[in-house]
Design a protein around this ligand. Structure first.
Ligand code: NAD
Ligand code: IPM
Ligand code: MN
Length: 347
């Protein structure tokens, strides 16, 4: 079990430290952790946010535990040198096309979400976000037009094979859950979305037991706060999935709770909280590490088949929350290490 740990910037090192403590407490005999630099930290040390040696470490491992990247002091750099390129580069280079972002309300948090408790308590959804295409990876630039005006542009596109493979991920996930798949797009305006919808409908023929629906992304954003209980699995593109998953996090209480798995074909995966480096609270020991701890659980389950240990971690987080352990993101006082201690004590 060779696992890479890339902590990155801001709260990244604080939250991954707690997840590592949890992994180590499980006494997984063959666990070997290999550390590497990513993001602004890596740029300052090696001149690049994703140094070749970091990519090599990832390739030599069965899974990656990732913290966060992003550092406002790097925002003036050319885009290919910015910290965020580390996570985008890892996703692309390692073929991590399927991003699973589950959202459920933990017991005891029903009153802490920004929705009414009776609306929030019904949430049990999984966002399946495509991670290797869309406007994220198209050609882009800022150019000067003939009349002297500057124009920013980003090419949005999806090829049918890219849509097909993420559609399969969505349908398979739905088969293991409540068999409902909602494909979110903007087919009323975007040709990229029209192709997306056409291909999802084609793939649906292979999954007759799954009830497929389609929703425009603006409506989906509204429905997520109106009646999130209607969703089982949502499958969507890279940009819409990014936005909707941050929104889903508040529907269940906090962005400090949402874990994610970014998967390639096979068992390899990268696991990270959906949040970023949170520069506003970095270095203060205030970040909630639960999203990263829950990402470590996803790592054990998806990359190593360790269902029992994954469930133990999830149960320990659930019990800590049920016992009233609350980070600042949930209106409480517990700091990063204290939350880590609370989870460890319940493991
Ligand atoms: P963010 O997710 O870092 O923070 C948004 C808000 O949520 C902040 O108020 C922050 O304090 C809070 N928050 C986030 N995680 C928290 C946690 N675990 N506990 C408590 N509070 C938490 O988003 P942002 O402010 O838009 O971005 C900051 C930087 O992070 C940017 O450079 C951005 O590009 C980067 N980013 C990186 C990733 C990633 O590495 N995958 C994801 C999102 C954003
Ligand atoms: C996420 C982040 C990243 C994304 C950024 C940091 C590139 O917001 O993982 O959700 O947009 O995918
Ligand atoms: Mn995001």
């Amino acid at each position: 079990m060779r696992v890479a740990v890339f902590a990155g910037d801001g709260i990244g090192s604080e939250v991954t430290a707690e997840a590592v403590r949890v992994l180590e407490a499980l006494d997984l005999l063959k666990l070997e952790l290999v550390y590497g630099d990513v993001g602004g930290v890596a740029y300052r040390k090696h001149g690049h946010p994703l140094p070749a040696e970091t990519l090599e470490i990832a390739r030599s491992c069965g899974a990656v535990l990732f913290g966060a990247v992003g550092d406002f002091s790097c925002d003036h750099l050319e885009r290919h040198l910015r910290p965020e390129q580390a996570i985008l580069g890892l996703r692309k280079e390692l073929g991590l096309f399927a991003n699973l972002r589950p959202a459920t309300v933990f017991k005891g948090l029903e009153d802490l979400t920004t929705l009414r408790p009776e609306v929030a308590e019904k949430i049990d959804l999984l966002i399946v976000r495509e991670l290797n295409g869309d406007v994220y990876f198209g050609e882009k630039g800022i150019r000067t037009l003939d009349d002297g005006r500057r124009q920013g542009w980003d090419m949005m596109s999806y090829a049918e094979d890219e849509v097909r493979r993420i559609a399969h991920t969505g349908f398979k996930a739905a088969m293991g859950r409540r068999r409902k798949l909602c494909s979110v797009d903007k087919a009323n305006v975007l040709e990229t979305s029209q192709l997306w919808r056409d291909v999802v409908i084609e793939v649906a023929k292979e999954y007759p037991e799954v009830e497929l629906s389609h929703m425009y992304v603006d409506n989906a954003a509204m429905q997520l706060v109106k009646n999130p209980g209607q969703f089982d699995v949502i499958v969507t593109g890279n940009l819409f999935g990014d936005i909707l998953s941050d929104q889903a996090s508040m529907c269940v209480g906090s962005i400090g709770l949402l874990a994610s798995a970014s998967l390639a074909e096979g068992t390899f995966g990268l696991y990270e909280p959906i949040h970023g480096s949170a520069p506003d609270i970095a270095g203060k020991g205030l970040a909630n590490p639960m999203a990263t701890i829950l990402s470590a659980a996803m790592l054990l389950r998806h990359s190593y088949g360790l269902e029992v240990q994954a469930a133990r971690i999830e149960a320990a987080v659930g019990r800590a929350l049920a016992d009233g352990i609350r980070g600042g993101d949930l209106g409480g006082q517990a700091g990063t290490k204290e939350i880590g201690d609370a989870v460890l004590a319940r493991l």
